[in-house]
Design a binder for this molecule. Structure first.
Ligand SMILES: [Zn+2]
Ligand SMILES: [Zn+2]
Length: 329
């Protein structure tokens, strides 16, 4: 990250006009605006959880989840335009088709995997009506969901961390980090191998813990909603929430090209394992970088991105020699 750019970012953060410049008359009072900044994340998160919970309680969990998921996407699209964190991220990066294709492809493959496992009778090991083994069925649902989140998060944390610290896995994860802006739409931009690796690291933990079906549903919904929120380009403030949840502020640091900031905050939903293993990073005095992405070359197209990890060294060498620059992101 260029030092001058970073200084400009910090100056913008310090500017006394900052509190009123984004709002265009939506909220004029800075006290009200601060209140809005702090309320948006919990309002959206719990606003999504309540109808999901009603659906799960009435036996229509998957339907409720899908309705909330697409409504939330629409809502975030609108709020990003009315109340953006970073205006320059509102411009197209030309990656809408690859973003959508990765999201749809990984979702389809994971669904197919679940259906196949159910067909083979393996899915009954996880996701029975009641928890198996030592699972505390008698606990209130809130604590059962919290337990599932903490258990799965351990796997998700390490799946993410090894993808940053072990080069061959980084080649796959680089697809996600090649985005030059953050918005709700690129939440699902993951190479299929990268997604499957996260499933392999986390699903067996939930299975071993004997997690019941409704708790797995809750876990899936929370992961999807927090994922949308961590990538959204909405002006928000978090305070103590950033010590519990993976908030946009923390994830914007994670997308920094400066690895002292980028190789931090590996949590998917919760920050507990980052705090335990010393990879937690936040700096509330500075704005996270606006210029994000990777230093390596990345193809522009969906199929190019799918193939890229399998021919990484060749591809990078060709990019360094200036070949096929038109295809590069
Ligand atoms: Zn990452
Ligand atoms: Zn991300």
């Amino acid at each position: 990250m260029d030092a001058t750019l970073r200084t400009k970012d910090s100056e913008r953060q310090m500017s006394p006009t900052e509190s009123t410049q984004h709002v265009h008359g939506v909220v004029k009072n800075s006290v009200l605006q601060t209140l809005l900044d702090y309320s948006l994340w919990p309002l959206i998160f719990f606003g999504a959880l309540i109808p999901t919970g009603v659906g799960i309680a009435h036996g229509h969990g998957p339907l409720a989840f899908n309705i909330v998921f697409f409504s939330l996407a629409g809502l975030l699209f609108v709020i990003e335009r009315l109340y953006p964190h970073e205006k320059s991220w509102l411009h197209s990066d030309g990656q809408e088709i690859p973003d959508l294709a990765h999201t749809a492809f990984t979702k389809a493959v994971v669904q197919l995997l679940i259906v196949s496992l159910t067909w083979l009778g393996l899915a009954t090991v996880v996701g029975g009506e009641r928890g198996a083994g030592f699972w505390p069925n008698e606990w209130p649902m809130f604590f059962q969901v919290l337990l599932a989140l903490v258990v799965a998060e351990f796997g998700l944390y390490w799946a993410h961390r090894v993808a940053h610290e072990w080069t061959p896995l980084w080649w796959f994860h680089a697809v996600h980090h090649s985005s030059k802006k953050l918005w709700f739409f690129n939440t699902g931009r993951f190479h299929i191998v990268d997604t499957l690796k996260s499933v392999v690291f986390s699903a067996p933990l939930l299975a071993l813990a004997g997690t019941p079906k409704d708790v797995v549903l809750w876990f899936g919904a929370i992961t999807a909603y927090i994922g949308f929120l961590t990538h959204c380009n909405i002006r928000m403030k978090f305070g103590v929430l950033s010590y519990i949840f993976n908030t946009p502020a923390l994830h914007r640091w994670h997308h920094s090209m400066d690895l002292r900031e980028g190789n931090k905050n590996y949590g998917e939903n919760l920050m507990i394992w980052d705090l335990v293993f010393g990879t937690y990073f936040d700096d509330t005095k500075r704005r996270p970088p606006v210029e994000i992405g990777i230093k390596d070359a990345m193809p522009k197209s969906f199929f190019g991105q799918l193939a890229e990890p399998f021919r990484w060294k060749k591809f990078q060498a060709a990019a360094r020699e200036g070949k096929a620059t038109k295809e590069l992101l």
